[in-house]
Design a protein around this ligand. Structure first.
Ligand SMILES: [Zn+2]
Length: 105
């Protein structure tokens, strides 16, 4: 049988687990970074969770609600613009004609 003290301890443990789970999730989320490079030169580096429009020569990328997409580009093939928005670590959008790489780290 549970005593009153036992359920208090159990309750505390559940809260502790929930809090640490939220903290871990929050940390992982906050740790996600958008990096935009042309060749090896970093043009932009910032949080995935900060809505922003990044204008570059020939390309415009947009960070919106934890996703990144290429809103506009004046490249010939438009593959980067047609690429779906990315949101996961390791995903990239590449504009080959402009040698632009948008990456989530
Ligand atoms: Zn392109």
């Amino acid at each position: 049988m549970f005593k009153k003290g036992d359920s208090a301890v159990a309750g505390f443990l559940i809260v502790a687990v929930l809090v640490s789970a939220v903290a871990v999730f929050h940390f992982a989320a906050a740790g996600r970074t958008v990096v935009i490079r042309r060749d090896e030169e970093i043009l932009y580096e910032g949080s995935l969770y900060e809505n922003k429009e990044i204008q570059m020569e020939g390309n415009t990328a947009v960070i919106e609600s934890g996703t990144v997409r290429m809103r506009w580009a004046d490249c010939k093939n438009q593959i980067c613009v047609r690429h779906p928005a990315i949101s996961k670590r390791g995903e990239t959008i590449i504009c080959l004609p402009h040698r632009i790489v948008v990456e989530i780290r």
